[in-house]
Design a binder for this molecule. Structure first.
Ligand code: TRP
Length: 332
């Protein structure tokens, strides 16, 4: 069975874009693959969160992953920092990662441009830590967005380089896992093409959003002044609204508003009201489950412990083998 791995930085709550973009697929994949899903808290240190934020964010993502349907009995769900073996592999990979290639990495260049006051070594070696995450479990499939493809390419480079330097055929090249048509792009509410927390306040609907919050955000969604010619093509912002509706509302509802639009009789206020109520219906089971999990520390601790044990078992095996390949023998 193929091994799939994905990490998420704990930097905020999950929104519908995360859900339809990847999470929904993860929930299916856990039945079909040997899956590792982890919370990349070491990675999040590049931006220096304070201890309280770090802890809260890790806990929140864990809760939301569980609420969305990840099943710790089916997959290995763990917190990166519970598996310190990854740091050792990170160190080994760093020894053969060249400053030049790390500096040329697009995400590094982007980050130093945006935050010139925080160009730290962790940022530079972000791709080696990510490679360590992947190679630690010999994952062969990694679901990644466009922004992470270069990191995956670098992982392949590091894996091949390791094999070449030590004359082994040890690490396998991980490939991007493509969701294909199962990848549903979720637009934002403020006219931006993508739902995301960096797109500004009110742009995203979160799995933890309460009904009033959802109503407020949806009613503020950007629209235009309405169609004037029958059957005219919809502008981007209106397409976005319909796209959002198509993931939470029934086909009949979508069709009704589509017809209204084509007849130039659409009232965006009505459409938004309907969208808000359908979104609430969609999100509320998640919200409820999130609240239940928040109150169940005992269960959360159990999940974390089981995840760490399973992940460490695989990690220890890799580290033991890698140490031997490099020349750290258990006896002199
Ligand atoms: N860099 C990824 C992101 O920002 C998170 C991540 C860390 C990851 N390690 C990984 C993703 C390993 C896939 C595999 O989204």
């Amino acid at each position: 069975m193929e091994t799939v791995l994905s990490g998420i930085r704990p930097t905020g709550n999950l929104h519908l874009g995360n859900y339809f973009g990847a999470l929904k697929n993860f929930i299916k994949m856990q039945n079909e693959y040997n899956c590792y899903f982890f919370i990349a808290d070491y990675h999040s240190l590049t931006t220096h969160p304070n201890p309280e934020n770090l802890q809260n964010n890790v806990r929140q993502i864990l809760i939301e992953y569980l609420a969305a349907g990840l099943d710790p009995e089916k997959c290995t769900l763990y917190i990166q920092s519970d598996v310190p073996e990854v740091i050792e592999l990170y160190l080994f990979l760093n020894m053969n990662a060249y400053i030049g290639e790390l500096e040329r990495c697009a995400s590094f260049k982007d980050k130093i441009r945006k935050n010139p006051q925080n160009i730290n070594a962790g940022l530079l070696t972000y791709p080696t830590l990510m490679a360590a995450d992947i190679l630690l479990h010999k994952a062969t499939k990694v679901p990644v967005g466009k922004d992470q493809e270069q990191h995956l390419e670098m992982t392949r480079t590091f894996a091949n380089r390791f094999n070449r330097i030590y004359g082994v055929d040890y690490f396998v090249e991980p490939q991007a896992f493509n969701f294909g048509e199962n990848l549903v792009k979720i637009p934002g509410l403020n006219g931006s093409g993508k739902m995301g927390k960096s797109e500004g306040e009110g742009n995203a609907i979160y799995l933890a959003d309460k009904p009033d919050m959802i109503r407020k955000k949806v009613m503020k969604a950007v629209t235009d002044s309405g169609p004037t010619i029958e059957n005219q093509e919809k502008p981007e912002v209106i397409k976005n609204l319909f796209q959002l509706m198509s993931v939470v509302s029934t086909p009949d509802t979508v069709q009704y508003f589509d017809e209204q639009y084509n007849k130039c009789a659409i009232r965006y206020g009505d459409m938004k009201k309907q969208l808000a109520e359908d979104m609430i219906k969609f999100v509320s089971p998640f919200t409820e489950r999130i609240e239940e999990l928040k109150a169940d520390n005992e269960y959360l601790e159990k999940v974390v412990k089981i995840g760490a044990e399973k992940a460490r078992e695989s990690a220890r095996k890799t580290i033991k083998e890698v140490r031997e390949i490099i020349g750290f023998k258990s006896s002199l």
